[in-house]
Design a binder for this molecule. Sequence first.
Ligand code: PLP
Length: 493
Amino acid sequence: LEPEEFRRQAHLVVDFLADYYSNIEKYPVCSQVEPGYLTKSMPKSAPLKPEPIETILQDVQKHIIPGITHWQSPGFFGYFQTNGSTGNFLGEMLLTGFNTAGFNWLASPAATELEMIVTEWILELLQLPKSFSFSSNGGGVIHGSTCESFVCTLIAAREKKLKQLGADQRGDLCKLVVYCSDQTHFSLQKACQVVGISPDNVRSIQTKKSVNFQLSPDALLTAIESDVRAGLIPLYLCLTLGTTPTTAVDPLLTLSEIAQRYHIWTHVDAAYAGSACICPEFRHFLDGVEGATSFSFNPHKWFLTTLDCCCLWVKDQTDLTNALSNDPELLKNKASDSKQVVDYKNWQIALSRRFRAMKLWMVLRSYGVTGLQQVIRKHVKLAQHLEAQLSADGNFEVVVPRNFATVCFRVSPLALTSVPNGSTNDDLANHLTRTLLESLNKTGLVYMTHAVIEGIYVIRVAIGATLTDEKHVNMLWDMVQEHASGLLAKYAD
Ligand code: PLP
């Protein structure tokens, strides 16, 4: 790592990326390569001798770029976006350049303290209750993913509950029950598996379109009471602010009150929509969060911050540290012994950790709160515009009311006047919506993904890529109309 050569090569990479962003709209949004394409073009073994950066970058252009799905393309409307920014990329360069392992305070005091500072800043931005702050008993930590936050909070809840039940109650592990809705992100199921919760004890409570796919307090209460009667032990409730299929928001206050009655740990997963709550007009979605035990959101979705970055806050930091701490001789130091510092290794699974606070701090400083709010509002406005156009066109149905910047629509079953025998309007609408999605994605100009809710196949348009502007959403709308009219010709007047 010779500084002058590092400078030369790094400039080449920055130029390469700047050109990539200049040309991003020329690439098909979703990669169109066939499985195994790269294996065919790459040597079987690693190079014996060093190769120049120029040759390596030529290969990136020729072989890697065709196999990339361009999540940063303005035509990317799939899943939930992971939107990046100059501030974030530069922060990522700095944290990689410093390459610290920051597992405890001493291993990199700035990494630990900056993480505490940015999580406190964001706590204030989201107007989270003070009980989640380091100034009370709580605090924030940056994990790599929501799945990791699920695992850590589940372990914390499990250990706390088993301790309450008595020292020799390990056998009760098989009685612990986790509650969520059928809209909760599927990574919760995996997290439960990891922490030893039986799949039979994960209650995925059915939601209904008539109540916009929110978890029903009555259904939750019924499930808990039935489990208690059966001698099982309610442990953990996962509520979602912005579900993945339709961005539904669970009624946090009522549900967390029920959970409190049964001493259940309540986690609020705001992976996608948490970012929006920095705007006063969206903050009401967080009402009731004061009843939660823990709360997490992913800046790596809609906060101009790239993967990986998930902020988690807990009300009682000892819940995490009691469950996840170790104290090996190798890491002993005076600062840790003094108990005056945070050792983040005790708030997560792995030992070593990236200096993720650096990129989040760079984002917050580079754009300020107003800059971040502007981005959220721009995407929401674009989504409102698209939703209005879809709603006004009889060929389409907006399947659930839009809460944020994701629009869920389908070909309207009411538009179908000529339905083949043996099929229903809903079946045909599902078929046509799926075909519409495939034909739009095949153009390479846009990329969207789908969800199936109560048997309804919907196209999800998640607007949130940093480069997406009005002209891209207008282009999408023109394409939707054009492709749908071809498909509908046979079935509608
Ligand atoms: N929760 C919600 C609501 C999500 O939408 C997602 C991903 O889209 C996740 C959790 C999983 O997030 P991660 O990939 O950070 O584990």
